[in-house]
Write a protein that binds this ligand. Structure first.
Ligand SMILES: Cc1cc2nc3c(=O)[nH]c(=O)nc-3n(C[C@H](O)[C@H](O)[C@H](O)COP(=O)(O)O)c2cc1C
Length: 283
């Protein structure tokens, strides 16, 4: 398909040109190849200055794909639909192909997205223990009610948290923020957590829960299934993975290729029971 573009490059000069759709796709990668210009008035094919190409392209882009009407919305809609699909299709899968293993690249991708999950004060106190050693996986299975997914899934991630992350050089959590923000927030972190073990623990569990859900949705998007798990002996797993003092284990997430789908959803509570507007009824 060829797209006709009219581009005002100066108050007195208009350029007309035809872009191939291939050029449109290249816009996503922020590069334009003059070779892909079919024809552009005023310049011989293949000799159009890059500056003019960009001007033409952005003029076209702005007109046709402005935020209100086009490209942005289409793209956003597609992403939202993908997220909804991942949420709907995520189920806790118990049976996995034991021969499948994820590549290092896939693991990196999965965890890199997971690390974008929110944490209070951005302290990023979660720690993800990726258990690769098959012997260790078996030992962990032994203290996890022998649940097969611990060894059969492609990946076992033990989501932990460093309860003292807030006091470990907290400047680094805000190092890219403007200086006044850093100056305000870093002392706030210290006073918020200091001498409050309950807050340390609550915040850790909140953050790990959010990261766990992110991980499961990213995995789904990557074509994998997951199961969150807390059916294991926390103390024994802590010993097996050398959990440092002042750390806790939140849960496991196993990730892999399902060999058996989940059963029907076991029973969803009615919306009205779990969604409360404004406040609970008076006691
Ligand atoms: C914190 C937590 C711990 C869980 N622990 C286990 C577990 O040890 N073993 C297991 O098979 N499923 C476990 N599950 C999965 C639940 O049984 C499952 O999420 C629930 O039945 C709803 O099903 P769904 O996830 O397919 O929607 C756990 C889920 C959560 C959130």
């Amino acid at each position: 398909m060829i797209i006709r573009v009219r581009c005002p490059v100066s108050p007195h000069r208009q350029l007309y040109g035809d872009f191939r759709t291939a050029t449109m796709l290249d816009r996503e990668r922020m590069c334009i190849h003059s070779a892909e210009i079919h024809q552009f008035s005023g310049f011989p094919a293949g000799q159009i200055p890059q500056r003019v190409l960009f001007a033409a392209f952005f003029a076209y882009d702005n007109r046709r794909f402005s935020a209100s009407s086009g490209y942005q919305n289409i793209k956003r809609k597609r992403i939202i639909m993908d997220i909804l699909k991942a949420i709907e299709e995520r189920r806790s899968i118990k049976s996995y192909d034991p021969d499948h293993r994820m590549t290092e690249e896939e693991i990196q991708k999965l965890l890199s997205y997971t690390l974008l999950s929110p944490t209070a004060f951005n302290i990023q106190h979660w720690r993800f223990v990726v258990v690769k050693d098959p012997e260790l996986r078996q030992k962990i299975r032994d203290v996890s009610w022998n649940q097969a997914q611990v060894t059969d899934a492609s990946l076992l991630v033990v989501i932990c948290a460093d309860l003292k992350a807030w006091e470990k050089d907290p400047h680094r959590y805000w190092q890219n923020a403007p200086e006044p923000v850093q100056k305000a927030l870093v002392p706030m972190i210290l006073s918020y957590y200091k001498d409050d073990k309950q807050i340390e623990r609550d915040e850790a569990l909140r953050s790990c829960g959010m990261a766990a859900q992110t991980l499961m949705l990213v995995a789904k998007e990557m074509g994998y299934d997951t199961c969150p798990m807390d059916g294991f002996d926390f103390e024994k797993v802590g010993e097996l993975i050398n959990l440092p003092d002042d750390y806790l284990i939140s849960m496991f997430i196993v990730v892999g290729k399902a060999v058996r789908p989940a059963n029907e959803r076991a029973g969803q509570l009615p919306f009205e029971e779990v969604v409360i507007y404004d406040r609970f009824e008076e006691k």
